[in-house]
Design a protein around this ligand. Structure first.
Ligand SMILES: Cc1cc2nc3c(=O)[nH]c(=O)nc-3n(C[C@H](O)[C@H](O)[C@H](O)COP(=O)(O)OP(=O)(O)OC[C@H]3O[C@@H](n4cnc5c(N)ncnc54)[C@H](O)[C@@H]3O)c2cc1C
Length: 390
């Protein structure tokens, strides 16, 4: 067993959020240790993401953090010389239904208030953005041109390399199983291989976060539910934006579905099941692809010729209100919670990482107080929020 070693910050989990948090903390001169139970960075639910990065939300916190993420991803290659697979092209929500039109239009004022470049566009514009989309009944939709797509396989390498360049240490295949504490102060962690001390511990354990409730003696309200995704063989580039169809499916199984064409030309896709699958089962279901294929072909008939390469299943670490927790709980000092990223942890990750680094080193968030308050641990999780796109 390793002896006790001292760090400024220990990050639990090298995932969508922990890995960029480690990177930005190390950039600020912190002595950082990242402990990851899997064999490499990004191998938890990070790699299940389809790589959509949008600031198109209705919760002020998510809008502000994702705008930061977009800035980081867009400029990464220029700044650090590493290609994260950034593909601009925006996000488009095509609409066939009056109720969905009203919902999306009602969100525009709050989205614009927080600086989002988004508007309602007519059906002709949607047909240009999504060539081959079913035109009958198409009412128009929203389009946010500054959103985009990033590779969830390349991004973890980028953040780890930058973190290590600034001295961060990564331990893989090592699981945090407990904490050391003095009264109400967390002073470090216990793993299945050793003990490590630090001034601050950041819990970024994704779908496993609630396991730490008992270890810490506080409630961490994160319940994972599983979602499936898939990817095709590459085809000629024809689709710039990521597309979200918010209609529930006629088959009664899907609440909505979304897809995009990545930098390599592959179509990458998911749906949100109508009945959620609570838990961490990551075995693919045989019903996913036939249902998804039907939805894709009814929206864009030319997809009938797509060759599908593989499918997978991963988890959304959900909070009761669909908004993450990024806060230091008042009950315990030395602990920062970066959990409950819901269906948007990949896009929140870089902005969240930067925000966490600023809060732990300077005591102030990089986003407005109003936006940052959305992530408080002591909020009422059952109060209705503005967030409708969880
Ligand atoms: C099909 C699908 C599609 C998705 N598409 C998108 C998308 O397009 N855009 C988007 O933003 N999000 C998307 N998501 C959601 C996204 O994948 C998650 O929100 C995100 O990965 C969660 O980030 P995280 O850092 O909280 O968790 P993770 O990335 O899972 O990281 C947590 C890490 O902690 C480690 N860990 C856990 N417990 C311990 C422990 N005790 N000790 C050490 N290590 C530990 C885990 O191994 C893991 O690596 C999608 C999810 C799915 C399933």
């Amino acid at each position: 067993m390793a002896g006790k070693q001292n760090y400024d910050v220990i990050v639990i989990g090298a995932g969508s959020v922990g890995n960029p948090a480690a990177c930005f903390l190390a950039q600020k001169g912190m002595k950082v240790l990242v402990i990851e139970k899997r064999a490499a960075a990004g191998q938890g639910d990070n790699k299940a993401a389809i790589g959509g990065v949008r600031a198109t939300h209705s919760d002020p916190g998510k809008i502000s953090i994702c705008m930061e993420s977009l800035g980081i991803f867009k400029s990464w290659q220029e700044q650090y010389g590493f290609d994260v697979g950034w593909k601009p092209g925006g996000y488009c929500f095509p609409v066939y239904d009056e109720k969905i039109e009203n919902t999306l239009k009602a969100l525009l004022p709050i989205q614009k208030k927080f600086g989002l470049n988004i508007d309602w566009v007519d059906s002709a514009a949607i047909r240009e953005l999504i060539p081959g989309i079913e035109p009958s009944g198409l009412r128009g939709g929203t389009y946010s041109p500054e959103d985009g797509q990033v590779s969830p396989l390349l991004a973890p390498v980028a953040f780890q390399r930058e973190a290590e360049k600034h001295g961060a240490k990564y331990l893989f295949n090592e699981k945090v199983i407990g904490y050391t504490r003095e009264n109400n102060r967390i002073t470090g962690v216990l793993t299945d291989k050793g003990e490590y001390a630090a001034g601050q511990v950041v819990l970024a354990a994704g779908a496993d976060a609630a396991e730490h409730s008992a270890l810490l003696g506080i409630d961490i309200p994160v319940t994972p539910d599983s979602h499936e995704g898939g990817i095709s063989a590459p085809i000629e580039h024809f689709l710039a934006p990521l597309v979200v169809d918010l209609r529930p499916g006629p088959e009664g199984k899907t609440a909505n579905f979304y897809f995009g064409q990545n930098k390599e030309g592959q179509i990458i896709f998911c749906y949100t099941p109508k009945e959620l699958f609570i838990g961490t089962d990551r075995e693919s279901l045989s019903e996913f692809l036939p249902i998804l294929a039907q939805r894709m072909i009814s929206l864009i008939p030319r997809f009938k010729n797509l060759l599908i390469r593989r499918v997978w299943r991963g988890c959304y670490p959900m909070t009761p209100d669909g908004v993450p927790i990024m806060d230091a709980p008042r009950q315990l000092s030395g602990l920062f919670l970066a959990v409950g990223m819901c269906g948007q942890g990949f896009m929140l990750g870089p902005g969240a990482g930067k925000n966490i680094a600023a809060m732990l080193t300077e005591g102030l968030p990089i986003i407005s107080g109003e936006a940052n308050d959305c992530f408080r641990y002591d909020r009422d999780f059952h109060k209705k929020t503005t967030e409708t796109l969880k």
